[in-house]
Design a protein around this ligand. Sequence first.
Ligand code: 6PG
Length: 253
Amino acid sequence: MVQTEARIRIFSDPEQLGRAAGEEFLRRARSAVGQCGRFTVALSGGSTPRRVFRELAAADGRGEPVPWDRIHLFWGDERAVAPDHPDSNFGSARDILLSRIEIPDQNIHRIPTELEPGEAAAAYEGQLRGFFGLRGEEFPRFDLILLGMGEDGHTASLFPDTPALRETRRLVVANRVEKIEATRITLTFPVLNGAACVLFLVTGTGKAETLREVLRGRPRPDRLPAQAVRPGSGELLWWVDAAAAAKLDDVVD
Ligand code: 6PG
């Protein structure tokens, strides 16, 4: 299987990156809806995507109608907390985006963290299998998966040296992350790597060394899980700001 090379774009600052990512989301959404009547996207967690959520929330107001009734929102990972907990990735998207757009409830596919982590993972996997109509060992093909990257090279909740890195069959697992003394629920690499497009969004000087190692260093995916995200038949986009790119040799976009 030919693995696509990463395409890197460097933006001057996080605001420019957030705007561009919002525009890219909408461009892909309109194209997918036009071609097959729906757009499936898994949102990332943490702080970086919040700028994108704000851009998306503002799009309708700019007179650019967004086909939210055809857009299905999923999450790439979730903390094992209630939706109204300040650490909830769903909660963050709800507060910034979902509460400001007209999107049908059935288009919002939240990871059910009211369940125990293992049960939540199994339930979410069942949601994915049902929505995408999967049989046997099939994996879903998201139109777009947004991902971030931690300073330790984790992505989604696939942290260095954790059991989830080895998962090759399940779509969603509960992953015990001793380093942060927490259990997370996360999509697995087969799902990330089955996407039509993975878009990493990375900003800040704190990520510069790790970004250089992930993109330019030798492969060591157990230590740098983001390196293992290589869609087999999809696009791999790394959109970063100048601060995060400080140790790369690429020119600013
Ligand atoms: C999470 C995310 C995680 C995040 C990175 C980067 O649940 O925290 O899914 O993978 O993308 O930790 O987080 P920041 O965007 O906050 O730097």
